[in-house]
Write a protein that binds this ligand. Structure first.
Ligand code: DLL
Length: 433
């Protein structure tokens, strides 16, 4: 079943016409309402009238996370705050988060996009969903939540944490669909096995997984241990949140919601567009967004685009799995973490040397983060209570900046290896099999 056959199965020519029409309106809007874009366009000698078809998109400037940061918090909003009905945020590269705002229309588009995903996953209004993405500033929880309601199904807003209660509710409320990160699905499978609840007593049949990279092997493991069909959902808060693309029953690439988000692949080095099929950095233009419309936003996700028609009948361009990042962003327990955020905390606190390392691992399907940081000579002490206080200070500050807890290892002065070239601050030991 297809939620919006008109849009999801449109002919390519019609889709490109629609995208061109929407792009023209978008460029006009940002030119007049967002000084940042007006300046960028003026720098290139562009006026809105120069954009006639979707092919003209290559004339437009790129947008990066740094641009959102430079215009923190609301500088890129294209409507007055009175039109904004919701704010979300994700990790910035240093202390400040990246703030995005949605108008009522943006939220309607989002809920509709998620309903398209959910129907592609084979769920209907008869299904009962537990949403175990975080509710709050992260777009996962509320994004899925309103999409499930839009579909007309039932949503149980579990959020993260409290796995025992989650399993109990899934069992007692007979939930049939689960939305969470792939690593949490693996963890949950283990916990269900330990709980003693016979698998036959659970009605779960579909898992909606995203927010972090995963692999075909993880799909096989999740599908066999939870006895479900597992589907990929992709998205990022700057563009909307979850629901920018989704798999269908063919599970061969994720269909992009192309009438709202125009995809391009560029070379991260030359920034030149690459043809379909080639791997490069994914770039999106939000064709209809009102709150914070973005031109050619560089996601830093590396993947390729698939133009061949899909057997499911949808005509939209698909994206391959995300193969990596063109920056140093890590996703730890579903939360985006930049080493520069850790650095900003370390530099803020006078007790520490600017030498640190992040050790990331996956133990029993849960990500762990250890931050090793050097204490300055003058603050290094044999007294346990002093060291404990120091540890708590940095641990609390890091928790508040990163949004996740880290195990802190205080290191003696000069004990972290200095590198001559590019410093190796991250040791990511997770192997995505
Ligand atoms: O992770 C939105 C989301 C929530 C998507 C729940 C799917 C499900 P951000 O926190 O802004 O938003 O992080 C976006 O996460 O650029 C990718 O690097 C990564 N990512 C998200 N979904 C996938 C996926 C949400 N299915 C960043 N596969 C993106 C691989 C993913 N990476």
């Amino acid at each position: 079943m297809i939620w919006n056959p008109t849009k999801e199965c449109m002919s390519r020519e019609q889709m490109r016409l629609l995208q061109g029409e929407r792009l023209r309106k978008l460029v006009d809007r940002v030119y007049h309402n967002v000084p940042f874009y007006r300046h960028k366009m003026q720098e290139r000698g562009l006026i809105p009238g120069d954009i006639a078809t979707i092919d003209d998109i290559v004339k437009l400037p790129f947008t990066t996370k740094q641009d959102l940061r430079d215009n923190y918090p609301h500088g890129l909003f294209a409507v007055p705050m009175s039109e904004i009905v919701r704010i979300h945020a994700s990790s910035g590269t240093t202390g400040k988060p990246t703030v995005v705002g949605y108008t009522r229309h943006d939220l309607t588009v989002w809920a509709e996009a998620i309903a398209r995903c959910l129907m592609a996953f084979g769920t209907t209004r008869e299904d009962i969903f537990t949403v175990a993405y975080g509710y709050g500033l992260f777009t996962g929880g509320l994004g899925l939540h309103y999409g499930v309601e839009h579909l007309g199904a039932t949503v149980i807003p579990m959020s993260t944490g409290n796995t025992a209660k989650h399993i109990q509710l899934m069992h007692d409320c007979e939930s049939t669909a689960l939305a969470c990160t792939p690593s949490y699905a693996l963890y949950l499978a283990e916990q269900i096995a330990k709980s003693g609840i016979p698998r036959e007593e659970l009605r779960l049949r579909v898992c909606i997984l995203g927010g972090e990279p995963w692999t075909e092997n993880m799909r096989t493991e999740i599908e066999s241990s939870l006895h479900v069909d597992a589907y990929n959902i992709y998205g990022l808060s700057e563009i909307m949140g979850p629901g920018v693309s989704y798999e269908c029953e063919c599970k061969s690439g994720s269909h992009i919601v192309e009438d709202h988000f125009y995809p391009e692949i560029i070379s991260p080095d030359t920034l030149e567009p690459l043809p379909y099929g080639e791997q490069g950095e994914l770039v999106f233009t939000t064709l209809t967004k009102e709150g914070i419309p973005l031109l050619r936003y560089r996601t830093k996700d590396l993947c390729s685009l698939i133009a061949e028609p899909c057997a499911c009948g949808r005509t939209s361009v698909r994206m391959s799995r995300v193969m990596g990042r063109s920056d140093d962003m890590l996703i730890i327990r579903g939360v985006n973490v930049f080493p520069s955020q850790v650095e900003s905390v370390v530099l803020e606190l006078p007790e520490f040397e600017p030498h640190y390392r992040l050790v990331v691992d996956r133990v029993n399907n849960l990500d762990t983060l250890q931050v090793q940081v050097e204490v300055r000579e003058a603050f290094y002490s044999d007294e346990v209570s002093q060291m404990m206080a120091l540890k708590k200070r940095i641990s609390d500050r890091l928790h508040s900046v990163l949004g996740i807890a880290a195990d802190i290892k205080l290191m003696e002065p000069h004990s972290i290896e200095r590198s001559e070239g590019k410093s190796q601050r991250v040791d990511d030991r997770r192997v995505l099999k």
